[in-house]
Design a protein around this ligand. Structure first.
Ligand code: AMP
Length: 138
């Protein structure tokens, strides 16, 4: 069934430059999905606290808030069959050092990658994607 998911190319991904951003987008397109909306955003700390509410209190939470607000990010609304799971597989494991070669988080990691700095966000369900979209565009 076609569904929508949200990818955020995080500030540490955007910072890598246009070529990397283009290559990241290409991975989703090559898997047969469509990018139906792209939004350049500078997120604020309040938004990210809400966005990642479930992680509040975790040891990495403040670093996560900083990592998401340190510069501009690019939000992609992606649509396709099984888009949530496909995007998560393409993104790879949360920790870039543990992600498999061929995934975005592994292939585009750099010396600063690690912890919350893992280049991309992917929603973990289509319901989460709807909630996230509202927080991002509010
Ligand atoms: P998730 O809700 O699992 O998609 O995680 C959201 C974001 O929180 C991830 O993209 C990471 O940036 C960060 N994160 C999640 N778990 C950890 C962890 N154990 N250590 C550091 N950062 C994490």
């Amino acid at each position: 069934m076609a569904e929508r998911t949200i990818v955020i190319i995080k500030p540490d991904g955007v910072k890598r430059g246009e070529s990397v951003v283009r290559q990241i987008k290409q991975r989703y397109l090559e898997a047969g999905m469509r990018i139906i909306q792209e939004i350049d955003l500078q997120l604020d700390r309040h938004q990210i606290r809400e966005f990642y509410k479930e992680h509040e209190g975790r040891s990495f939470f403040e670093d996560l808030v900083s990592a998401m607000t340190i510069g501009p990010c690019l939000v992609l609304v992606i649509e396709g069959e099984e888009a949530v799971e496909k995007v998560r597989a393409i993104n790879g494991a949360t920790d870039p050092a543990k992600a498999a070669p061929g995934t975005i988080r592994y292939d585009f990691r750099d010396a600063e990658s690690g912890g919350p700095r893992n280049i991309v966000h992917g929603s973990n369900s289509s319901i989460a994607a709807s909630r996230e979209f509202l927080i991002l565009v509010e």
